[in-house]
Design a protein around this ligand. Structure first.
Ligand SMILES: *Cc1c(COP(=O)(O)O)cnc(C)c1O
Length: 225
């Protein structure tokens, strides 16, 4: 388990030239390794598990921007809302309502991405096109509800597959949904971020228009199970 500093620098300069943001996915990685990457200048880190995130938040520098990228259960929203920077995987209006409610309690406006279901695999969470339309319709107008969330974009995960064309097709679908809604702008919705691409497929993701990639194992090495 060691941070691959050289590869990190390579990825950073590649992403910089393409204006793509890096979320370093640190789930199941040690506090020491996160600190090492922090010392190299990395500030955006992604975590999947609520308890692990709250422990790392306590242990690490407070200017880290914590991204919650995993599937979030409604009853756990309250633990991360006080400090989270961006919640990537909002996959239902019920979850968004809970984030809004906890945001209000904490007097914060919580930035969120809507997770779209793009993979053919059934295991992946996310909204379908119809649910996205409904969410955009609701938040893209001057509604009085949802004062404490702001939708900043879309997130998706392609299939884990060696079939690059399949991965590319799924990403193109997400990009077209992104393009369709990126003109909508309200106080609570502004589709600007497209969080797409991981260690295995981030190059394809960037080619297909991603502007935020979530890379873990390529930088940190394999995760302990
Ligand atoms: C774990 C995870 C990643 C990073 O995966 P790597 O293959 O290690 O880069 C990215 N996005 C999500 C949603 C994840 O759960």
């Amino acid at each position: 388990m060691a941070v691959n500093e050289e590869r990190y620098q390579e990825i950073i300069s590649e992403l910089l030239s393409k204006k793509v943001q890096l979320v370093a996915v640190s789930k199941l990685q040690s506090v020491e390794d996160i600190q090492r990457l922090y010392d190299l200048g990395q500030r955006d880190f992604g975590e999947n598990y609520v308890q692990e995130l709250t422990e790392k938040y306590e242990a690490l520098p407070k200017d880290i921007r914590w991204h919650f990228i995993g599937h979030l259960q409604r009853n756990k929203v309250k633990y991360i809302v006080p400090f989270v920077h961006l919640i990537h995987a909002v996959d239902s209006m019920d979850l968004l309502k809970e984030i809004d409610k906890q945001g209000r309690k904490n007097e914060r406006v919580i930035s969120c991405l809507l997770q779209m279901h793009i993979a053919q695999e059934e295991t992946k969470f996310g909204m379908d096109e119809k649910e996205l339309e409904e969410a955009v319709g609701l938040l893209g107008t001057a509604e009085t509800q949802f004062d404490n969330v702001c939708i900043k974009g879309l997130m998706g995960m392609a299939s884990f597959s060696d079939d690059q064309e399949k991965v590319r097709n799924e990403m193109q679908r997400l990009k077209s949904l992104f393009d369709k809604h990126k003109h909508v702008k309200s106080e609570k919705l502004e589709i600007q971020l497209l969080s797409m691409g991981m260690s295995g497929d981030y190059k394809i993701a960037i080619e297909e228009g991603s502007n935020m990639v979530r890379i873990g194992s390529l930088i940190f090495g394999e995760r302990k199970k």
